[in-house]
Write a protein that binds this ligand. Sequence first.
Ligand SMILES: [Zn+2]
Ligand SMILES: [Zn+2]
Length: 395
Amino acid sequence: MSLKDTMKEEISNLKEELIELRRDFHQHPELGFEEYRTSGIVSDYLRECGIEVERVAETGVVGVLKGKKDKPVLMLRADLDALPIEEKADVPFKSEYEGKMHACGHDGHTAMLMVAAKILAKNRNELDGTIKFVFQPNEEDAGAAIIIEEGVMENPKVDAALGLHLWTPLPSGKVGITPGPLMASSYYFWLTIKGKGGHGGAPHLAVDPIFCGKEIMNALQSIQTREQDVLKPTLINFGQFHAGTNPIIISHQAELAGSVRCLHDEDARIRQRFEEVVAHVCRMYGAEYELTFKCGNELLNNDAEMTDLVKNSAVEAFGAESLQETDLTVMLGEDFASFANVVPSAFFFLGVGDPEKKTDMPHHHPEFKLDEDVLPLGVEMHLRGALAYFDKSKK
Ligand SMILES: [Zn+2]
Ligand SMILES: [Zn+2]
């Protein structure tokens, strides 16, 4: 009997362990780069499965499982971090840490990949290559780029990568994947407008940075609606606008911040135009400015062949009706993009949205919940993805 024949049973035997792991992580959420408890549990677990373990970026865990052959090397990735949100969901395993919560499903991702690793380790003699299990820290703020810098793609060198996200906008059990751009690039910006303070009764003697700032916000909208092809989605969003201390004082400066998101690869040009618009409006009002950008996430692009591999696995596992290939792209970012820019990769959504179980809340919501019945399906997708990748590489 091969792993393909036994996997459903092996997974079902570990379902309780899978849910226990997930609930324990949920109860003890840790923010990005603080995942000490979580990463400790992961690394002990992998070691017990006979997997070689290394640490990366202190709170990241990398497990290397050699099969019958050393090559090729497939990366399977999960993320460990929680969010600075006070949990409002009514669950018996509610977060014990004030102001911290697993509100994106990363607790589920970690548990699913652990159990997948256990089953794959038990069946290592069936693997025509090596699997690198990457449990990365700080997905919510671009942790991938840092572990790549620390060499996670080398020794052994990764040839391809697969990742998944439990997804509440998708009905429970559906697998959502599409080739090409799936999730947007995002750059955060911080803009300081420097005006000239003065009396609210004599604005002609001052330079009002609030007035200038709202003009900038308006003018920037023209990039999205008049300059850029609307079929190449672009989003400029303001999350902060701070200025002033008093009703009768014109502030000397205003501070704005937000994000620029693109579901295409012309993001550098958009940032250049952004700065040109800011510079011109400031000149018009006699203000000065300072502007900085920081990369949040790169564009997440799915490789066509790796996408087919995930699609076939989903159909094989749960039938053709489980596959969804449209209405998936989002302007949210995901740092798996950084791996996908190094090796052929596929990232897919696994639906956990079930209105009856109230697991259809948006990600990052304080009442976010997972449909735990889907977790075994995620384990199965990991197993099938690995087998299919090694099969494809043999041909
Ligand atoms: Zn998130
Ligand atoms: Zn997430």
